[in-house]
Design a protein around this ligand. Sequence first.
Ligand code: ADP
Ligand code: MG
Length: 571
Amino acid sequence: MIRKFSKFYIPHMKLFVADFSSAFFMSVIDLIFPMLVAIIIDDIIPNKNLNMMYMTAGVMLFLYLIRAVLNYIVNYWGHVLGVRIETDMRKDLFNHVQKLSFGYFDKNKTGHIMSRLVNDLFDIAEFAHHGPEDVFITIITIAGSFTIMFIANWQLALIIFALVPIMLYFTIIKNKQMRKVFAEMRIKIADINAQIEDSISGVRVVQSFGNEWYEQKKFDIGNHDYRRTKEESYKIMGEFISGVNLMANLLYLSVIFFGGLFIYYDQITVGVLIQYLLYVGIFIEPIKRIANFVETFQKAASGFYRFDEIMMIEPDIVDKKNAVKIGKLSGELEFRNVGFSYNDKDLVLKGIDLKINPGETVAFVGPSGAGKTTLCSLIPRFYEVDEGEVIVDGKDIRDIKLRDLRDNIGIVQQDVFLFSGTIRENIMYGNTNATKEEVINAAKLANAHDFIMQLPNGYDTYTGERGVMLSGGQKQRISIARIFLKNPPILILDEATSSLDNENEKIIQQSFDRLSKSRTTLVIAHRLATIRSADKIVVLTEAGIEEEGHHEYLYSKNGMYKKLYDAQQLT
Ligand code: ADP
Ligand code: MG
């Protein structure tokens, strides 16, 4: 873990060196002061040497000015170092998460992922700066004070330092307890975040069912768990801080007591006793700070652990080493004995054989849950087949560069996702290099141009939270314009009109007819009347492909298709 973490310092070596050497010289200046005090008390004052007094004060003044500069460097550049490491990590994490496969996002809640991207990394930044630096300062001040005290009087030094191992032992014990409770706290916070995210994005459903109380109840449980864990952490923190403070006081007491005895037996001078007191003050500080440090460290360590956990997840679906580049496909598509399962247990698809010629329109019908969506999501490799193969233009899709494969496929779904941004930006998602004319042309083909022109700022109108609210049909038309702009040879329409009213359905059906012309099109349709003219209709059930053929053939066959079709005609 440490090695992985320290890797992030490498690009910022200069800052790191500046920060650490400043911290080092600051500690050295702090260590010099008590020695000068002892000299003033034991030599300069008894000898009434005023010149030496001026000189010593002058030296101290000079050192303190330098210390102020070093202090500035540590505070400013040190934090700059921290935030640079934070942003580097966030960049890595964001890049990585974006590439993870659909399977990961099926299993992980957005709230959890967001909390990792945001909160965990704040803690890491704080630690990245203070952590190693604090450890370094602690080591230098303790080792430095001990050496100087040991030289002044080794017996007294040993007596006083006998308490330090106890202090360290105590710190380590509390350290362990805190590590546990902080890790737990992280989980609880992530749970709460995920739940808030869930309840807020579903707030319309919550209110329409009058289930605010139910959400509240669920939330209270999580919130209470969080409170309990946080209280537990304060308990341990409290024990730790009071324990450390007690030991600090015992240290002072033993300096005064044993130091007094040593003076009584003429073993040391008063100057040395004062020097000892000052040193205890100096090395107690970092030890006390370890209390904070422990908290920062625990947060950062569990944060970094979770960071690493995600970074270690390999995207399931990546380019093979010898994946080939392809240009535009002709649109020939074949499923060969395809089998697939989401969980390696229950086969959703089994023994699917299907051949589609370039430019053909194939419709999939069948009961919900039969695997129609799943089958289509295998083509852009959102999920990987478990058996058999999916072949485009004679090539197994696993042998093609993923990016190239997906460039050849356009998908329109029932739920449309628009990014926050302008209408134009949303359409240009289909091709970020498109010209203004191309965008307008695509919108026209998608029957979207007219309504866009009626919006307050036309194509530059913002959508989403801070912009206009679009209807389901309007959003759908924007998503279709995206596809026109992308212009892929393979098209998947997954119940794209299912949630629309009749009028919108007609308008959109019209643009689909334009879109599917000269493209291989797979349609999953809810209303069977819309797919009567398909080149081929495939009836899919949980058992596999039940029937296939064109409308007239299937209808006359008197099988499942006829049953489904007749049932819809009645309503
Ligand atoms: P259809 O589109 O025909 O209604 P789907 O392809 O959506 O059917 O679903 C087929 C089966 O796979 C269902 O039993 C469904 O519960 C399951 N399923 C769909 N998506 C996922 C997923 N992301 N993770 C796990 N199981 C899934
Ligand atoms: Mg479906």
